[in-house]
Design a protein around this ligand. Structure first.
Ligand SMILES: Nc1ncnc2c1ncn2[C@@H]1O[C@H](COP(=O)(O)OP(=O)(O)O)[C@@H](O)[C@H]1O
Ligand SMILES: [Mg+2]
Length: 295
Protein backbone atom coordinates (compact mmCIF):
# COMPACT_ATOMS: atom_id res chain seq x y z
CA UNK A 1 0.00 0.00 0.00
CA UNK A 2 1.37 3.44 -0.91
CA UNK A 3 2.07 5.67 2.06
CA UNK A 4 1.27 9.34 2.53
CA UNK A 5 3.08 11.30 5.25
CA UNK A 6 1.15 13.76 7.40
CA UNK A 7 3.65 16.25 8.78
CA UNK A 8 3.03 17.07 12.41
CA UNK A 9 5.26 18.61 15.08
CA UNK A 10 6.40 17.60 18.53
CA UNK A 11 3.50 19.38 20.23
CA UNK A 12 0.72 18.14 17.93
CA UNK A 13 1.86 14.50 17.86
CA UNK A 14 0.11 12.26 20.33
CA UNK A 15 2.15 10.49 22.95
CA UNK A 16 5.22 12.75 22.82
CA UNK A 17 4.96 14.63 26.08
CA UNK A 18 2.71 17.61 26.61
CA UNK A 19 0.58 18.54 23.59
CA UNK A 20 -0.61 21.98 22.52
CA UNK A 21 -4.04 23.08 23.66
CA UNK A 22 -5.31 22.73 20.09
CA UNK A 23 -3.79 19.30 19.42
CA UNK A 24 -7.34 17.92 19.27
CA UNK A 25 -7.52 19.58 15.84
CA UNK A 26 -4.64 17.34 14.75
CA UNK A 27 -6.64 14.30 15.89
CA UNK A 28 -9.72 15.50 13.99
CA UNK A 29 -7.74 16.03 10.77
CA UNK A 30 -6.04 12.63 10.99
CA UNK A 31 -9.37 11.06 11.96
CA UNK A 32 -10.98 12.48 8.82
CA UNK A 33 -8.14 11.80 6.40
CA UNK A 34 -6.75 8.38 7.39
CA UNK A 35 -9.92 6.29 6.81
CA UNK A 36 -10.74 8.21 3.61
CA UNK A 37 -7.26 7.47 2.25
CA UNK A 38 -7.65 3.79 3.08
CA UNK A 39 -10.61 3.71 0.67
CA UNK A 40 -8.10 4.71 -2.01
CA UNK A 41 -5.56 2.08 -0.92
CA UNK A 42 -3.39 4.68 0.71
CA UNK A 43 -2.00 4.62 4.22
CA UNK A 44 -1.48 7.77 6.32
CA UNK A 45 1.77 8.00 8.34
CA UNK A 46 1.89 10.78 10.90
CA UNK A 47 5.48 12.08 11.25
CA UNK A 48 7.23 14.92 13.05
CA UNK A 49 8.57 17.15 10.25
CA UNK A 50 11.81 17.40 12.24
CA UNK A 51 12.29 13.62 12.45
CA UNK A 52 15.50 12.12 10.97
CA UNK A 53 15.25 11.96 7.18
CA UNK A 54 15.23 8.15 7.30
CA UNK A 55 11.71 8.34 8.80
CA UNK A 56 10.43 9.57 5.43
CA UNK A 57 11.82 6.69 3.38
CA UNK A 58 9.25 5.08 1.11
CA UNK A 59 6.63 7.81 1.23
CA UNK A 60 4.91 8.79 -2.01
CA UNK A 61 3.81 12.17 -0.80
CA UNK A 62 3.67 14.35 2.30
CA UNK A 63 0.95 16.81 3.27
CA UNK A 64 1.97 19.60 5.61
CA UNK A 65 -0.62 18.69 8.21
CA UNK A 66 -0.10 20.15 11.64
CA UNK A 67 3.51 21.38 11.46
CA UNK A 68 2.44 24.24 13.67
CA UNK A 69 5.84 25.22 15.06
CA UNK A 70 7.67 26.29 11.90
CA UNK A 71 7.36 30.08 12.36
CA UNK A 72 10.59 30.53 14.26
CA UNK A 73 12.49 28.03 12.10
CA UNK A 74 11.00 28.72 8.73
CA UNK A 75 14.35 28.28 6.91
CA UNK A 76 14.81 24.80 8.39
CA UNK A 77 11.19 23.98 7.53
CA UNK A 78 11.62 25.04 3.91
CA UNK A 79 14.93 23.18 3.68
CA UNK A 80 13.20 20.01 4.90
CA UNK A 81 10.45 20.36 2.28
CA UNK A 82 13.07 20.85 -0.45
CA UNK A 83 14.98 17.83 0.84
CA UNK A 84 11.85 15.66 0.67
CA UNK A 85 11.09 16.85 -2.83
CA UNK A 86 14.68 16.16 -3.90
CA UNK A 87 14.16 12.57 -2.73
CA UNK A 88 11.25 12.19 -5.11
CA UNK A 89 8.49 12.67 -2.53
CA UNK A 90 5.64 14.91 -3.69
CA UNK A 91 5.22 17.72 -1.17
CA UNK A 92 1.79 19.32 -0.84
CA UNK A 93 1.40 22.12 -0.90
CA UNK A 94 4.51 22.57 -3.05
CA UNK A 95 7.60 24.14 -1.46
CA UNK A 96 7.34 27.08 -3.89
CA UNK A 97 3.75 27.70 -2.77
CA UNK A 98 4.86 27.51 0.86
CA UNK A 99 7.73 29.90 0.19
CA UNK A 100 5.31 32.36 -1.39
CA UNK A 101 2.76 31.95 1.44
CA UNK A 102 5.16 32.11 4.40
CA UNK A 103 5.58 35.88 4.42
CA UNK A 104 2.31 37.74 4.56
CA UNK A 105 3.54 40.20 1.97
CA UNK A 106 1.80 37.84 -0.48
CA UNK A 107 -1.34 39.74 0.58
CA UNK A 108 0.15 42.81 -1.08
CA UNK A 109 0.61 40.92 -4.33
CA UNK A 110 -2.95 39.57 -4.21
CA UNK A 111 -4.26 43.05 -3.59
CA UNK A 112 -2.29 44.30 -6.62
CA UNK A 113 -3.90 41.43 -8.57
CA UNK A 114 -7.32 42.84 -7.69
CA UNK A 115 -8.18 40.82 -4.55
CA UNK A 116 -10.13 42.69 -1.87
CA UNK A 117 -7.84 42.59 1.17
CA UNK A 118 -7.93 44.27 4.59
CA UNK A 119 -6.19 47.69 4.28
CA UNK A 120 -2.64 47.22 5.54
CA UNK A 121 0.47 49.28 6.23
CA UNK A 122 3.74 47.38 5.87
CA UNK A 123 6.54 48.41 8.24
CA UNK A 124 9.90 46.89 9.09
CA UNK A 125 9.81 48.62 12.47
CA UNK A 126 6.77 49.84 14.40
CA UNK A 127 7.25 52.30 17.24
CA UNK A 128 4.67 54.05 19.41
CA UNK A 129 4.69 56.94 16.91
CA UNK A 130 4.17 54.55 14.00
CA UNK A 131 1.19 53.00 15.74
CA UNK A 132 -0.40 56.42 16.26
CA UNK A 133 0.24 57.26 12.62
CA UNK A 134 -1.58 54.08 11.55
CA UNK A 135 -4.58 55.15 13.64
CA UNK A 136 -4.55 58.48 11.75
CA UNK A 137 -4.22 56.81 8.34
CA UNK A 138 -7.07 54.37 9.02
CA UNK A 139 -9.14 56.97 10.96
CA UNK A 140 -9.65 54.54 13.78
CA UNK A 141 -8.93 54.14 17.49
CA UNK A 142 -8.04 50.47 17.27
CA UNK A 143 -5.40 48.78 15.21
CA UNK A 144 -4.03 45.25 14.98
CA UNK A 145 -0.26 44.86 14.65
CA UNK A 146 0.86 41.50 13.29
CA UNK A 147 4.09 39.79 12.35
CA UNK A 148 4.77 39.53 8.61
CA UNK A 149 5.77 35.92 9.29
CA UNK A 150 3.30 34.58 11.78
CA UNK A 151 0.53 32.15 12.53
CA UNK A 152 -1.90 31.41 15.32
CA UNK A 153 -2.01 35.13 16.22
CA UNK A 154 1.39 34.71 17.86
CA UNK A 155 3.02 38.00 18.90
CA UNK A 156 0.03 39.92 17.59
CA UNK A 157 -1.09 43.08 19.42
CA UNK A 158 -4.36 45.00 19.51
CA UNK A 159 -3.67 48.67 20.28
CA UNK A 160 -6.48 50.85 21.56
CA UNK A 161 -6.12 54.64 21.73
CA UNK A 162 -7.65 54.85 25.21
CA UNK A 163 -5.13 52.37 26.62
CA UNK A 164 -1.94 52.90 24.67
CA UNK A 165 1.33 51.28 25.74
CA UNK A 166 4.06 53.66 26.99
CA UNK A 167 5.93 55.90 24.56
CA UNK A 168 8.91 53.54 24.50
CA UNK A 169 6.80 50.71 23.04
CA UNK A 170 7.90 49.04 19.84
CA UNK A 171 6.99 45.85 18.01
CA UNK A 172 9.82 43.35 17.78
CA UNK A 173 9.28 42.07 14.22
CA UNK A 174 8.67 43.28 10.68
CA UNK A 175 5.00 44.13 10.88
CA UNK A 176 1.71 44.70 9.17
CA UNK A 177 -0.77 47.16 10.65
CA UNK A 178 -4.49 46.99 10.02
CA UNK A 179 -7.59 48.70 11.31
CA UNK A 180 -9.40 46.51 13.82
CA UNK A 181 -12.56 45.38 12.00
CA UNK A 182 -15.51 45.15 14.41
CA UNK A 183 -17.13 42.36 12.37
CA UNK A 184 -14.80 39.95 14.16
CA UNK A 185 -16.92 40.43 17.31
CA UNK A 186 -20.32 40.26 15.58
CA UNK A 187 -20.42 38.12 12.44
CA UNK A 188 -17.03 36.53 13.15
CA UNK A 189 -14.40 35.41 10.65
CA UNK A 190 -15.49 33.30 7.69
CA UNK A 191 -13.29 30.57 6.25
CA UNK A 192 -13.76 28.92 2.88
CA UNK A 193 -11.97 25.62 2.36
CA UNK A 194 -10.90 24.81 -1.19
CA UNK A 195 -9.60 21.43 -2.38
CA UNK A 196 -7.92 21.58 -5.80
CA UNK A 197 -9.63 24.92 -6.38
CA UNK A 198 -13.14 23.62 -5.60
CA UNK A 199 -15.05 24.99 -2.62
CA UNK A 200 -15.51 22.22 -0.05
CA UNK A 201 -17.22 24.05 2.79
CA UNK A 202 -17.54 27.22 4.81
CA UNK A 203 -16.96 27.85 8.51
CA UNK A 204 -17.81 30.75 10.79
CA UNK A 205 -15.37 31.38 13.60
CA UNK A 206 -16.18 33.32 16.74
CA UNK A 207 -13.89 34.65 19.44
CA UNK A 208 -14.56 34.04 23.13
CA UNK A 209 -16.16 36.85 25.15
CA UNK A 210 -13.68 39.71 25.61
CA UNK A 211 -11.31 38.21 22.99
CA UNK A 212 -10.89 39.11 19.33
CA UNK A 213 -8.74 36.16 18.25
CA UNK A 214 -10.85 33.28 16.97
CA UNK A 215 -8.23 30.52 17.38
CA UNK A 216 -9.29 27.65 19.62
CA UNK A 217 -6.21 28.34 21.79
CA UNK A 218 -7.94 31.59 22.83
CA UNK A 219 -11.30 29.96 23.41
CA UNK A 220 -12.59 30.53 19.88
CA UNK A 221 -15.38 28.32 18.55
CA UNK A 222 -16.65 27.54 15.08
CA UNK A 223 -19.84 26.56 13.36
CA UNK A 224 -21.01 25.41 9.97
CA UNK A 225 -21.50 28.28 7.56
CA UNK A 226 -23.26 27.80 4.23
CA UNK A 227 -21.80 30.47 1.97
CA UNK A 228 -24.17 32.72 0.03
CA UNK A 229 -23.57 32.99 -3.72
CA UNK A 230 -21.96 36.38 -3.16
CA UNK A 231 -19.64 35.06 -0.45
CA UNK A 232 -18.64 32.11 -2.58
CA UNK A 233 -17.84 34.49 -5.40
CA UNK A 234 -15.70 36.64 -3.09
CA UNK A 235 -13.73 33.59 -1.93
CA UNK A 236 -13.34 32.24 -5.48
CA UNK A 237 -12.00 35.61 -6.58
CA UNK A 238 -9.12 35.14 -4.14
CA UNK A 239 -8.30 31.70 -5.59
CA UNK A 240 -8.44 33.25 -9.06
CA UNK A 241 -5.99 35.98 -8.01
CA UNK A 242 -3.29 33.45 -7.00
CA UNK A 243 -0.19 33.67 -9.19
CA UNK A 244 -0.24 29.85 -9.66
CA UNK A 245 -2.78 27.05 -10.21
CA UNK A 246 -5.01 26.29 -7.22
CA UNK A 247 -3.07 24.13 -4.75
CA UNK A 248 -4.21 20.85 -3.14
CA UNK A 249 -5.71 22.76 -0.24
CA UNK A 250 -6.29 26.40 0.62
CA UNK A 251 -8.21 28.09 3.39
CA UNK A 252 -9.44 31.56 2.57
CA UNK A 253 -10.09 33.57 5.76
CA UNK A 254 -12.26 36.64 5.35
CA UNK A 255 -13.72 39.41 7.46
CA UNK A 256 -16.52 41.79 6.51
CA UNK A 257 -16.15 45.53 6.31
CA UNK A 258 -18.89 47.79 4.92
CA UNK A 259 -20.79 44.83 3.49
CA UNK A 260 -17.79 43.53 1.60
CA UNK A 261 -15.80 40.42 2.47
CA UNK A 262 -12.09 41.26 2.71
CA UNK A 263 -9.26 38.78 2.68
CA UNK A 264 -7.45 38.34 5.99
CA UNK A 265 -5.29 35.37 4.98
CA UNK A 266 -5.02 32.78 2.23
CA UNK A 267 -3.57 29.87 4.21
CA UNK A 268 -1.74 27.34 2.08
CA UNK A 269 0.92 26.00 4.43
CA UNK A 270 -0.59 23.99 7.27
CA UNK A 271 -4.12 25.28 7.80
CA UNK A 272 -6.59 23.44 9.97
CA UNK A 273 -9.36 22.53 7.50
CA UNK A 274 -12.31 22.16 9.89
CA UNK A 275 -13.34 18.57 9.09
CA UNK A 276 -16.11 18.66 11.71
CA UNK A 277 -17.88 21.49 9.87
CA UNK A 278 -17.18 19.86 6.51
CA UNK A 279 -17.95 16.15 6.91
CA UNK A 280 -16.85 15.47 3.31
CA UNK A 281 -13.45 17.09 3.78
CA UNK A 282 -11.62 13.81 4.43
CA UNK A 283 -13.05 12.16 1.31
CA UNK A 284 -12.40 15.17 -0.89
CA UNK A 285 -8.84 15.61 0.28
CA UNK A 286 -8.18 11.87 -0.03
CA UNK A 287 -9.56 11.81 -3.58
CA UNK A 288 -7.37 14.77 -4.56
CA UNK A 289 -4.32 13.07 -3.02
CA UNK A 290 -5.15 9.76 -4.74
CA UNK A 291 -5.44 11.57 -8.07
CA UNK A 292 -1.88 12.82 -7.60
CA UNK A 293 -0.23 9.58 -6.49
CA UNK A 294 -2.13 7.06 -8.61
CA UNK A 295 -1.61 8.85 -11.90
N1 LIG B 1 -7.88 43.54 11.20
C1 LIG B 1 -8.40 42.74 12.11
N2 LIG B 1 -9.56 43.07 12.75
C2 LIG B 1 -10.09 42.27 13.70
N3 LIG B 1 -9.55 41.09 14.10
C3 LIG B 1 -8.41 40.71 13.50
C4 LIG B 1 -7.78 41.50 12.48
N4 LIG B 1 -6.67 40.87 12.08
C5 LIG B 1 -6.59 39.74 12.80
N5 LIG B 1 -7.63 39.63 13.66
C6 LIG B 1 -7.87 38.52 14.61
O1 LIG B 1 -6.60 37.92 14.90
C7 LIG B 1 -6.56 36.57 14.42
C8 LIG B 1 -5.19 36.23 13.84
O2 LIG B 1 -4.88 37.07 12.74
P1 LIG B 1 -4.44 36.50 11.33
O3 LIG B 1 -4.25 37.63 10.40
O4 LIG B 1 -5.41 35.46 10.91
O5 LIG B 1 -3.02 35.88 11.63
P2 LIG B 1 -2.52 34.38 11.90
O6 LIG B 1 -1.67 34.04 10.73
O7 LIG B 1 -1.73 34.50 13.15
O8 LIG B 1 -3.71 33.48 11.98
C9 LIG B 1 -7.69 36.48 13.40
O9 LIG B 1 -8.13 35.16 13.26
C10 LIG B 1 -8.73 37.41 14.01
O10 LIG B 1 -9.42 36.75 15.07
MG1 LIG C 1 -5.44 33.40 10.77
Amino acid sequence: MKRIGFLACETTLPGAGERRGDAFEHDLMVGALAPALRDHDLELDVIDWEAPISAFAGLEMVVLGTAWNYQDKSKTFLARLDELEARGITVCNAPDTVRWNITKSYLRELSENGAATIPTLWREIVTYKGALEAMEVFETDRIVVKRQIGAGAEGQELLVRSALPDAGWSFGHPAMLQPYLPAIASEGELSFIFIDGELSHGVRKHAAKGEYRIQSLYGGTESVHTPTAQEEQAARAIIAALPFDPPLYARIDMLRSDDQLLLMEAEMIEPYLYPVQGPLLGERLAAAIAKRVHQ
